[in-house]
Design a binder for this molecule. Structure first.
Ligand SMILES: [Zn+2]
Length: 172
């Protein structure tokens, strides 16, 4: 394999392995420029890379979602909700790198402050009116789509969370 082909191969392989979401993986895959100077090598590396791609795709599709609760002080510090649905992107002995998915959390408590919810609209979206407004979501005044978009934005984070600080974690 000429060095240019090998470089190309390693570069794409690296990007496939580094992808952390299906969307990222899709982008890596569809943004490839396959025109190379050695068309015969191309077939060879395409077949090989396709294997990596399919493995990774399967892995990413099987990522579990968790409902996680962390103490409020930590949530405040990180500017994230104290209860959220998230995926584990990476794990070390002491912490998870988690990504919020923006799914609605239905625990009967406010996702931000953990207070019990009674208002039916708040219960539906898992967020109190006051906390919602503070975070730019108005469960009483906005359309369903706007609220969903707002909740996605609130949960649009990726952060390390010490395992010792996780009060509750359950597969969703
Ligand atoms: Zn609240």
């Amino acid at each position: 394999m000429p060095i240019t082909t090998l470089n190309k191969f390693l570069q794409i392989k690296g990007s496939i392995f580094a992808a952390t979401t299906l969307q990222e993986l899709q982008e890596v895959w569809s943004n490839q420029e396959w025109d190379m100077e050695h068309p015969n090598d191309l077939k060879l590396i395409q077949r090989e890379l396709e294997g990596f791609y399919n493995d990774k795709k399967q892995k990413l599709e099987n990522i579990k979602k968790y409902e996680v609760t962390i103490p409020r002080w930590l949530a405040n510090e990180k500017e994230i909700p104290s209860t959220f649905i998230g995926e584990v992107v990476r794990e070390t002995q002491k912490a998870y790198l988690m990504r919020g998915t923006g799914d609605i959390v239905q625990t009967g408590h406010c996702m931000i402050c953990n207070r019990e919810l009674t208002n039916p609209v708040s219960l539906k979206y898992g967020i109190g009116i006051q906390c919602g407004q503070h975070w730019g979501v108005d469960p009483e005044g906005e359309s369903h789509e706007e609220i969903l978009r707002g909740l996605k934005e609130i949960a649009n984070f990726e952060t390390w969370i010490p395992k010792s600080q996780i009060k509750h974690k359950e597969v969703k």
